[in-house]
Design a protein around this ligand. Structure first.
Ligand code: SR1
Length: 324
């Protein structure tokens, strides 16, 4: 393998093995996250071994064991269930392997934790919901507890309801069963039929929003409903911009930038150039109005329009080539 000129050891020789171990199998966010990680790994001549998730905690543990046995220098863990990971992560650390955890709290000071500033994300999109709908409305909420980003967004939703007694959560649904959007659509269909007075849905994962939109369209409820989400992809932008789409705003980081950041953080740790112990990547608020105003059709066009969405300043070093 080719080494990277001017890079510290072991990157000067190339072929450094790093594992990326996922938990969730599908969806635009995770595809883009993996693509971003792979592009950054390529630029560093890192041999990135990707272990895709299947929403299976036992499988994820097993894959981390496999990564340890492969002799990787770092493991990036993308989501998962903290209680089933803590001991196996400790085994990796004991073997001298650096560990980066994205969106799963391992609760170990040796692990570099990365997230997307979920508090900012939820506050900005819920602020938009209040701006559009006032402080009195009946809401639907899509949530599955136990996932760090969803739990952090949930804390903001609880705070918003407490501060605004006129916002009443009439129904709650959600699942991570793949394919998520289709599974959520079936749940949303039942919830919206049972609660025709719901006018706002907080769906803080784009797969949740896509499923809810599908149900609203099937029920012909699209016109009176507004959906506020997290995440963005090129396919999401098209759905948000469709005529009469109920999906009106989202708050998001660029998932490929997040994936790239996890690889850079792992590389810095392997090189002994300890990155920050906690990295939080700032999201941007994206509304249909602005997408239409600037005629933004793709994530790349969004990145060009909004530089803070297009890159992250976290885990940078002069020797690390920056990718998107
Ligand atoms: C089940 S957790 C789904 C979330 O993970 C990532 O943080 C994305 O933002 C997505 O919303």
């Amino acid at each position: 393998a080719d080494g990277l000129k001017g890079a510290p050891a072991p990157f000067d020789k190339g072929g450094v093995k790093v594992a990326l171990v996922g938990y969730i199998s599908g969806g635009d966010f995770f595809r883009a996250f993996n693509n971003g990680a792979q592009r950054q790994a390529q630029a560093l001549n890192v041999d990135l071994r990707v272990f895709p998730g299947k929403e299976d905690a036992a499988l994820q543990r097993d894959q981390i064991q496999q990564a340890i046995n492969l002799g990787v220098k770092a493991i990036i863990i993308d989501h998962g269930q903290p209680e089933s990971l803590k001991d196996v992560v400790q085994q990796a650390l004991d073997a001298g392997i650096k560990v980066v955890a994205f969106d799963v709290n391992i609760d170990n000071p040796k692990v570099i934790q990365i997230e997307q500033s979920d508090k900012d994300l939820a506050e900005s999109v819920l602020g938009q919901a209040i701006k559009d709908n006032g402080k009195t409305f009946k809401a639907g909420y899509v949530y599955v507890p136990g996932f760090a980003p969803l739990d952090r967004r949930d804390a903001v939703w609880s705070g918003v309801k407490k501060a605004n007694p006129g916002i009443v959560e009439k129904a709650r649904w959600g699942t991570v069963a793949a394919p998520v959007a289709t599974s959520v659509a079936a749940q949303a269909n039942a919830a919206l039929r049972a609660n025709p007075d719901i006018t706002v849905v907080f769906a803080p994962w784009d797969e949740f929003a896509r499923g809810t939109k599908l149900a609203a369209t099937e029920l012909g409820a699209g016109k009176k409903l507004k959906i506020y989400s997290a995440d963005v992809s090129t396919a999401d932008i098209a759905e948000i911009r469709e005529a009469n789409s109920p999906w009106v705003a989202t708050a998001a980081t660029n998932p490929s930038v997040v994936g790239a950041t996890t690889v850079r953080a792992a590389a810095l740790a392997v090189a002994g150039q300890t990155p920050a112990a906690r990295i939080a990547i700032k999201p941007v608020l994206i509304t249909r109005e602005e997408l239409n105003q600037y005629d933004i059709k793709t994530v790349e066009e969004l990145a060009a329009k909004s530089p803070s969405f297009g890159r992250s300043d976290a885990a940078l070093a002069a020797w690390i080539p920056l990718t998107r």
